[in-house]
Design a protein. Structure first.
Length: 320
């Protein structure tokens, strides 16, 4: 199934660390893997136990995805809308299922949702969630507040950020709730905005992460000391250090090759392609997952990526 999924984009671990969702852009489907992360003397071990493949009229060129909770997935389709899905009950059991969304979010009078790409979920209250959506080709990030008690109906839609963005291609929220980082493909950098004050289309980025060819997926580590950035235009993954805050300009503290030359060149259809795209860190803060079309899924120890000890979190796993 991994070899057949085709071009991939974003990847995301579920909050309980039991599932991994992969965006199957090329074949218009989502791949859901049941996984287990365990500590081991030589580093964390990842086992994939099972999978299911999901298709829908509301799953097209799926670019971004994120979990609202352990069983609810938000999916952003570059050729369509944002869909909110409940995952099928029961074990994955290698099933291929067609499902219907619980809710679709589309463009409104005051908020143009166009070519939605990467997406990030932000909890606002026990029932309300903000979906932060990168609108790739209108060069802005929109915010959509949905309420679970109302079937995830959108209560508010607004343009959240725009200044400095040129094809926003990835998005990540810091764990302390103070920062949002957005890959800007056209300007070939990552813009970091402070969440401590009001946001709007004219809000200036507080910081800029430089020297990535074409940044795509990105994530803050659990302690917010590092930002990891997948570089779609090179075979590398870049690591940026906080150094007291995320304001100002900075270059990578480390850049690591994560694709061999043969794999990278096989996907090198342009200067913007060939490298890693989707990136996530598991909820135990031990494992980094990377995806791209030529290497569908790979796992790395986070400690080996950042080059030092990291704060590990106990996995929220229940053994079957």
């Amino acid at each position: 199934m991994l070899s057949a999924i085709g071009r991939t984009e974003d990847v995301r671990f579920s909050p309980d660390n039991r599932l991994l969702a992969v965006a199957g852009f090329g074949r218009k489907r989502c791949l859901i893997l049941r996984i287990e992360v365990e500590p081991a003397p030589a580093g964390p071990e990842v086992t994939i136990h099972d999978y299911m493949e999901l298709t829908s009229d509301c799953i097209g060129e799926v670019h971004g995805l994120d979990f609202i909770d352990d069983r609810t997935l938000a999916v952003a389709n570059r050729d369509g809308r944002v869909g909110i899905f409940s995952l099928p009950s029961g074990e994955p059991a290698g099933r291929s299922l067609e499902i219907s969304p619980r809710r679709q979010i589309k463009s409104g009078l005051f908020c143009k949702l166009r070519t939605p790409g990467s997406i990030a979920v932000r909890r606002e209250s026990p029932s309300r969630t903000s979906l932060l959506v990168c609108n790739n080709y209108t060069h802005q990030v929109t915010r959509h507040v949905v309420d679970r008690r109302l079937g995830y109906r959108a209560l508010r839609n607004q343009v959240l950020l725009k200044r400095g963005l040129d094809i926003p291609d990835g998005i990540a929220l810091s764990h302390d709730g103070q920062w949002v980082a957005i890959s800007s493909h056209g300007t070939r950098d990552v813009k970091v905005y402070s969440l401590s004050g009001p946001l709007g289309p004219d809000t200036e980025p507080a910081g800029i992460l430089e020297n990535a060819n074409y940044p795509h997926g990105l994530r803050f580590t659990a302690d917010d000391r590092h930002v990891l950035v997948a570089d779609a235009g090179s075979p590398r993954l870049h690591v940026y250090d906080r150094e007291g805050g995320w304001s100002g300009r900075r270059t990578p503290s480390r850049s690591l090759v994560v694709l061999d030359d043969e794999t990278f060149l096989r996907g090198r259809n342009s200067d913007e392609e060939g490298g890693p795209k989707g990136l996530d860190i598991d909820r135990s803060n031990n494992v980094v997952a990377l995806t791209c079309e030529e290497q569908t899924l790979a796992f790395y120890s986070l400690a080996s990526i950042v080059g030092q000890n990291v704060r590990r979190l106990e996995p929220e796993l229940t053994r079957a």
